[in-house]
Write a protein that binds this ligand. Structure first.
Ligand SMILES: [Zn+2]
Length: 207
């Protein structure tokens, strides 16, 4: 088989606490077990954890390389790499999209994990473009802390109004569409959009 046909882009997206990083690690571990040459990258801004160290059953270890941007990621690529994993991709610049395409065109399997939306539900960083160009997309869901439904959103519950505010359980919780509330610093605001009563009937389609 032509080696080039192996190149493609996979995106693992969704809200916080949806298991994106775990899924990325699971795929990279399998690639390592298959003796693929694998590299994993994370942005500097994700400082919550020490660099992730993947160790497979045959004790081949892999450290996540922390980089400032897509250009630095490119500089740190090893010759002959076959699978490239990128975690917290929403914090990267738009150049990550072209780089992912370039790598995939060259036969590299690119696996990107990241938040698809920020706390205001806006598409986050290069993620919308990556979702558009990827061959394979998985939307992961957490469990809504309010009602137990599949949660698509990262509800900010503390802190300011900046887009980037790295935090875990103290600053965010998983919420579904029904339970999501627009966040206002200092207190949880009301939902920004109030639909007229008749609009709730739109979902009842025929056929
Ligand atoms: Zn809910």
């Amino acid at each position: 088989m032509d080696e080039r046909t192996n190149g493609h882009i996979e995106v693992i997206s969704g809200g916080m606490f949806s298991g994106k990083s775990e899924e990325l690690v699971r795929r990279l571990r399998r690639a390592l077990i298959a003796r693929q040459r694998v590299q994993i990258f994370k942005p500097h801004t994700d400082s919550r954890h020490a660099p992730e160290r993947l160790v497979t059953r045959d004790n081949r270890a892999l450290d996540a390389c922390s980089v400032a941007n897509a250009s630095e990621l490119r500089q740190n690529l090893h010759w002959g790499v076959q699978t490239v994993g990128v975690d917290e991709a929403q914090f990267f610049d738009q150049a990550l999209v072209d780089l992912a395409m370039e790598l995939a065109d060259a036969g590299v399997r690119v696996i990107v994990a990241g938040l698809d939306q920020d706390f205001s539900r806006r598409p986050f960083g290069p993620m919308p473009a990556l979702l558009a160009v990827a061959e394979f997309v998985d939307k992961m869901h957490a469990v809504c802390v309010r009602c137990g439904a599949p949660a698509h959103y990262s509800q900010r519950i503390a802190g300011g109004g900046e887009q980037v505010q790295v935090g875990d359980l103290d600053a965010y919780e998983a919420r579904c569409r029904r339970c999501f509330r627009t966040y206002a610093p200092g207190g949880e605001g009301a939902s920004a959009v109030v639909l007229p009563a008749e609009a709730t009937q739109v979902g009842e389609e025929t056929g």
